[in-house]
Design a protein around this ligand. Structure first.
Ligand code: C5P
Length: 229
């Protein structure tokens, strides 16, 4: 990070799987004309690459090398790696679970750090994941910890999969979500946790528009507050 990039505003959103971070972050970015970083996609890409080339999901050194060399482009809503469009492939539960396994390795996280910070470009960035508020952008303008009950998150994931014509079982989804929450929160490096200076937003009973409006209101208050200093 240099002085020029740290003046670029960042809205950092963390939270557990299927809390709605992706949709909210994308909408907020669109409303403000900001860039958008889906950091989970990077961990999913590492898992996908490992599965494709036969690297074990327990081989930290080889996984970190894959993360370092990741050839990825985010272009027009598509994710392209080595000329392959993988936008849908990385959304599979296999990649999600694999991502959470590779994400527990410090060397993998370190290999992805500079790549994530490089998304911080004018006029601003909305970044979502598990450690956006705590590790990647500790100086973010606004920090949000977005939650929802595990049952509601499993239901949302179930509907998303059904809409895509993918068969799913809600009880299995709930179990997988709980396992993933546990692994993401209990790991020793960059665990999922609410930053002391983050605002908590429970999305359980709220619609997408309400949540987006709340985030935008908080951001505008922050900006107005800092201009009066
Ligand atoms: O957000 P998403 O479900 O796509 O993330 C997949 C996995 O990647 C998470 O379960 C988590 O283990 C890992 N991840 C992470 N840090 C981030 C984003 C995602 O550890 N900033």
């Amino acid at each position: 990070m240099n002085a020029a990039t740290t003046t670029v505003p960042v809205i950092a959103i963390d939270g557990p799987s299927a809390s709605g971070k992706g949709t909210i972050a994308e909408r907020v970015a669109e409303a403000l004309g900001f860039h958008y970083l889906d950091s989970g996609a990077l961990y999913r890409l590492v898992a996908l690459a490992a599965l494709q080339v036969g690297v074990g999901l327990d081989d930290e050194t080889a996984l970190a090398a894959l993360a370092e060399d990741l050839d990825v482009r985010f272009s027009g809503g598509e994710i392209v790696t080595s000329d392959q469009i993988v936008t849908d492939n990385i959304r599979s539960e296999v990649c999600g679970i694999g991502a959470s396994q590779v994400a527990a390795f410090p060397a993998v996280r370190q290999a992805l750090l500079a790549r994530q910070r490089a998304f911080r470009e004018a006029p601003g960035l909305v970044a979502e994941g598990r450690d956006m508020t705590t590790v990647v952008f500790p100086d973010a303008t606004l920090k949000i910890f977005l939650t929802a009950s595990a049952e509601i998150r499993a239901e949302r994931r179930y509907k998303q999969l059904k809409e895509k014509g993918i068969d799913a079982n809600i009880r299995t989804l709930l179990l997988e979500l709980r396992e993933r929450d546990e692994r993401d929160s209990a790991r020793s490096v960059a665990p999922l946790q609410k930053a002391a200076d983050a605002r908590e937003l429970d999305s359980s009973g709220l619609g997408i528009e309400e949540i987006v409006r709340q985030v935008l209101d908080w951001y505008r208050q922050k900006v107005a507050g800092s201009q009066h200093l």
